[in-house]
Design a protein around this ligand. Structure first.
Ligand SMILES: [Zn+2]
Length: 103
């Protein structure tokens, strides 16, 4: 019984929880509430806050750009209707990789 209790009281790092949180933001272009997350471990690599996170979506395709701070809160948002995706195999394989494992 005591060992069960001990296993349930493992300290939880709040930043670990935040990393797995999903945020959402209303897109000013399509008016949809867009939910998104950030890849596990990404916050540790960020050098400057707030950092931009781009969510491609919609028809026609456009981008919602949210600026996320160190506390995993949205500090601002922007959009882009003008999008270009390089047509080469490396970019294509990276898009497929992202698609299959979005976070
Ligand atoms: Zn949109």
């Amino acid at each position: 019984m005591e060992s069960t209790l001990r296993s349930q009281t493992v300290p939880i790092n709040p930043r670990e929880i935040k990393k797995h949180s999903v945020l959402s933001q209303k897109c000013p272009i399509c008016k949809q509430e867009i939910s998104f997350g950030v890849e596990h471990g990404f916050l540790e690599k960020v050098e400057r806050y707030p950092y931009p996170h781009v969510i491609l979506h919609g028809d026609p395709l456009h981008a919602l750009i949210v600026y996320i701070d160190a506390d995993f809160l949205i500090r601002g948002a922007d959009t882009a209707r003008s999008i270009e995706i390089h047509r080469n195999s490396n970019t294509f394989s990276q898009i497929i990789k992202k698609w299959s494992n979005p976070y």
